[in-house]
Design a protein around this ligand. Structure first.
Ligand SMILES: Cc1cc2nc3c(=O)[nH]c(=O)nc-3n(C[C@H](O)[C@H](O)[C@H](O)COP(=O)(O)OP(=O)(O)OC[C@H]3O[C@@H](n4cnc5c(N)ncnc54)[C@H](O)[C@@H]3O)c2cc1C
Ligand code: SF4
Length: 522
């Protein structure tokens, strides 16, 4: 009897585990576009187009190989709207005796799959996703017994195991990490390369029309849509990055500039996350550029560390800690997400720029996500679950396994320091140093309190004061606490009063949006 092989929208690799051992003549590959997955947060329109268009192109490539593909479109009138419903309907169309699927990137969907054997009466094989450098069991062996995890130690083990940037058992260049060289500001007159954009073909246009009618109320601009939706185009995007941007990636990795959303970043996360590119080929392409002298070591090591280190590390934490991980709230943050995260209507120029970039491109680079949008949410004490839902909705590369640890652990410190040793909290001085945002702002990053004071300055000290019970004992927070405790009491009181007044004004929403708590209520 043939096998039904379910391929999900982020499993678009020809060598994904569910397709191992495929009998092209007999088996059926099932791919389904389901409403439940497109609407449980109001995903950016470009994110929906990216995933559905990449799925449709992948299905067509399988058909070209002579593989039998059963593809259910979102607008199929009989579409039940859920994975379980579509699996059940497919079983009525095909006589199969087992179901094979690769494990999903989300705990919620994994739990759903566990019920399928009982629901269908068939054997359901959930195969491990082997597209990562670090298998789940390998991560568990590293993590078990540790009280807290640190990416750097995990990363060194991954370097040794993969041989990437290694000479024997030593790191090339004699150092594991060149981060100290990667915090420069953008030189005056720097001209970041224009990025390859891929004009939508007829298939992608069809999806854009569908999204335009069906998801008009979702966050973000639909056009211009320039993401690659095939492996061939994703490879072109990778080549372009390696040739044009990688050489400068390291130096100014943390810099931000108005009107330059991409700078020298890779723009490869969506392709990695849905399977159009593999992590190994992306890292090897960067390493090869260094070996032939086309990119410096600080850039290449920094880039590989993001993928071999951070990407694998957060995935390991996700599966090791879920489902309880998402429930913690170490700093008891409880404020609702301000409306400007959706509208971009704020007089804080840095946030207006980052939300604007996000709306236009479904993309913001790491420091924009961490030190502007994330830093504000942390300092303002926004409820972690609302912040997580926002990040999951607005970025083209957002999938639960990678978004949740980054937001819950790295940004919100909601895990109490399991993922990162201290909160990434910063005042306006950091944003001023690393960007040109402040020059166009009504506030002044150098003013700490009183008229024109940058809200990040007020909120930083308010955060330090409010969380003293939890953070005072953290050795990495000793310096800010010493500064705060040494501050004159009248000044401290003024900072706290102004910070609280600012926070109290935050929820004020424009008239058009009053009554809606978040875009999730749309
Ligand atoms: C609050 C927050 C939320 C994030 N949410 C996501 C998300 O939903 N999906 C996602 O793929 N990345 C996420 N990241 C990580 C990172 O910001 C993006 O991977 C990166 O901005 C993607 O753009 P790029 O390809 O140009 O990356 P580059 O800057 O060129 O980096 C290269 C690659 O390294 C990997 N990478 C870098 N940092 C991380 C990280 N912290 N975790 C995992 N992978 C990393 C990505 O695959 C990325 O493509 C998040 C980071 C923060 C701080
Ligand atoms: S002054 Fe403060 S609020 Fe304004 S852009 Fe700079 S950091 Fe952001």
């Amino acid at each position: 009897m043939p096998t039904l092989r379910l391929v999900l929208g982020d499993h678009l690799s020809r060598d994904v585990a569910a397709l191992d051992g495929l009998d092209a003549a007999g088996d059926v590959v099932l791919m389904v576009e389901v409403a439940a997955e497109t609407t449980y947060v109001p995903h950016h329109k470009q994110k929906i187009v990216f995933i559905l268009a990449a799925m449709r192109h992948f299905a067509e490539a399988l058909r070209q190989e002579g593989i039998r593909v059963d593809y259910v479109r979102l607008d199929d009138p009989a579409n039940s709207g859920s994975f379980t419903g579509e699996l059940t309907r497919a079983l009525a169309r095909h006589a199969v005796d087992r179901i094979v699927v690769t494990e999903p990137g989300e705990w919620r969907v994994r739990a759903m799959m566990e019920d399928w054997a009982a629901a269908t009466g068939l054997s359901v094989e959930i195969r491990e996703d082997d597209r990562f450098f670090c298998r789940r069991g390998r991560f568990a062996r590293w993590a078990d017994g540790r009280k807290s995890f640190r990416m750097e130690f995990f990363y060194r083990e991954m370097r040794r195991e993969t041989g990437l940037l290694m000479e024997g058992d030593q790191p090339v260049g004699g150092q594991w990490n060149y981060d100290a060289e990667n915090r420069k500001t953008l030189p005056k007159g720097a001209r970041p390369p224009l990025r390859l954009r891929f004009a939508p073909d007829a298939v992608t246009r069809g999806v854009m029309d569908l999204v335009n009618t069906r998801f008009a109320g979702h966050f973000g601009d639909l056009e211009p849509f320039g993401w690659a939706v095939t492996r061939a185009d994703a490879l072109k995007a990778l080549d372009h990055f390696i040739a044009e941007a990688l050489p400068a990636f390291g130096d100014v990795q943390d810099a931000m500039k108005r009107g330059e959303p991409f700078l020298y970043h890779g723009l490869v996360s969506p392709y990695l996350n849905v399977g159009l590119l593999t992590a190994r080929e992306v890292c090897l392409a960067a390493e090869t550029a260094w070996r032939r002298g086309a990119a410096p070591l600080n850039a290449v090591e920094g880039f590989i560390r993001q993928i071999l280190g951070w990407r694998e590390y957060v995935r390991g934490i996700y599966w090791h800690q879920m489902p309880g991980y998402a429930e913690t709230n170490a700093l008891a943050a409880a404020r609702p997400l301000p409306w400007f995260y959706w509208s971009g209507e704020t007089d804080l120029a840095c946030l207006a720029e980052v939300v604007g970039d996000t709306r236009r491109n479904a993309y913001a680079h790491h420091i924009q996500r961490l030190m502007v949008a994330g830093n504000f949410a942390l300092l303002a004490g926004i409820r972690p679950a609302e912040v997580e839902a926002w990040y999951l909705a607005v970025y083209v590369d957002a999938f639960d396994w990678v978004e949740l640890p980054n937001v819950h652990g790295m940004v919100m410190f909601a895990d109490g320091g399991l993922l990162a040793s201290k909160p990434y909290a910063a005042s306006g001085a950091y944003i001023d140093r690393m960007s040109d945002y402040c020059a166009g702002c009504t506030y002044d990053p150098k003013v700490k309190v009183g008229k024109g004071a940058c809200p990040f300055n007020l909120l930083y000290w308010n955060f330090i004061a409010e969380n003293a019970g939890t953070l005072r004992g953290n050795p990495r927070m000793a310096m800010p606490y010493r500064t705060w405790e040494g501050m004159e009491s009248g000044r401290k009181a003024q900072i706290l009063t102004e910070a609280r007044a600012f926070l109290d004004g935050l929820d004020a929403r424009p008239a058009a949006s009053r009554g809606r708590q978040t875009m999730l209520d749309l």
